[in-house]
Design a protein around this ligand. Structure first.
Ligand code: TXA
Ligand code: MG
Length: 329
């Protein structure tokens, strides 16, 4: 951690674990470090980075905070929540993708926390994947994507949550817009904020000419080489559909644990038990990476519910599937 902190302080990059996914960090006050991050990821430079701080009240140095920020911070920080606020001068526009707002997050992972403290600067960090790949939830994923492009990766084992942080924006009228669902659920936000609006792009496909509220939402996130199709129907109908598909073609299946015994043991990627959304969130990106590494001609997965943590799963999966849902009658 000392070494990684030194690298970051001197303008270089280090990958590190957080409770959500691995981040690719650089000095958040250094425009040049931000450019290095975009280059290492192959990321378009109008897609802003998240500024990671060690303590919630440090936000004040980099952004204009509001009473609602304090309430959110008290309820959910440190933790998997990112808040968009008007930025202060000190934050370079290369970090914010040219926007006059900045994304602030205070991670709870002890390694992330300590690294920010040791670096002595806020750490700008997107997820540590190559642009277009799923976010890394293990150090091995970071190595596969960024080996040779960055000098240091801290290995903290698999990430506890497995999906990127919830992103909210505090609007000038004091209401809250949910830009990206994550470990802090819509219902949890509603307990703190009087009014929470869900941005259209969370669940719907934006039209070609629509401008998203968050630049990241316009990029076709991760999509494996083989098409991903989400299946919607009763558990029995979907299972027998999968069985018959297995007999006719090479399909990879992100199945529930309890389905394994009823399927042909070939190209199966168990994501967790049907009712266990925490487990599914933890395993989703690893399973997608693994399924993508096979010669399957199609990848099937279940359509997640849109409530609780399901909304975050739904948001990631509907993108991986380019909004392809098949109803099984
Ligand atoms: O859990 C996470 O948030 C992880 C870990 C490493 O902290 N980070 C992460 O970063 O997922 P990234 O860059 O993959 O996603 C950041 C998202 C992007 O979609 C970006 O568009 C959005 O945050 N974002 C950043 N600044 C913004 C701003 N000022 N206004 C709106 N959206 C913003
Ligand atoms: Mg990302």
């Amino acid at each position: 951690m000392q070494k990684a902190a030194l690298v970051i302080r001197s303008g270089g990059l280090a990958a590190f674990p957080t409770e959500t996914v691995y981040g690719l960090g650089g000095n958040g006050l250094d425009a040049e470090a931000a450019r290095r991050i975009y280059a290492a990821k192959g990321r378009p430079s109008d897609n802003p980075l998240i500024l990671h701080i060690a303590y919630p009240d440090e936000a004040e140095r980099y952004a204009l905070t509001f009473p609602l920020y304090d309430r959110l911070a008290k309820a959910f920080m440190p933790g998997p929540l990112t808040v968009i606020l008007p930025k202060r001068e000190i934050v370079p526009t290369s970090v914010t993708g040219g926007l006059d707002t900045v994304a602030i997050r205070c991670p709870s992972h002890p390694v992330a926390h300590r690294l920010i403290e040791l670096a002595g600067v806020p750490i700008a960090a997107p997820s540590a994947n190559l642009s277009g790949k799923p976010s890394p939830t293990e150090a091995a994923h970071v190595i596969r994507d960024l080996s040779g492009r960055i000098p240091i990766i801290l290995d903290g084992g698999p990430c506890e949550i497995g999906l990127e942080s919830t992103i909210v924006k505090i609007e000038p009228d004091g209401s809250l817009t949910l830009l990206r669902p994550g470990g802090i659920t819509y219902d949890a936000l509603c307990m703190i904020a009087p009014q929470v609006r869900v941005a259209d792009a969370v669940t719907k496909q934006l039209a070609e000419n629509e401008r998203p509220l968050s630049p990241g939402m316009k990029y076709r996130h991760y999509a494996p080489t083989a098409p991903v199709v989400l299946l919607d129907g009763t558990p029995e109908k979907v299972l027998s559909f999968l069985r018959s598909e297995q007999e006719s073609r090479a399909c990879a299946i992100l199945c529930y644990d309890e389905e394994v015994d009823f399927l042909i043991p070939r190209l199966l990627f168990p994501v967790g038990r049907r009712e266990n959304l925490d487990e599914q969130a933890r395993t989703l990106f690893r399973c997608l990476r693994e399924a993508d590494g096979t010669d399957a001609e199609i990848i099937y997965a279940h359509l997640p519910p849109q409530s609780g943590l399901g909304l975050a799963l739904y948001n990631r999966m509907i993108r991986a599937a380019a909004h392809t849902v098949r109803q099984i009658p």
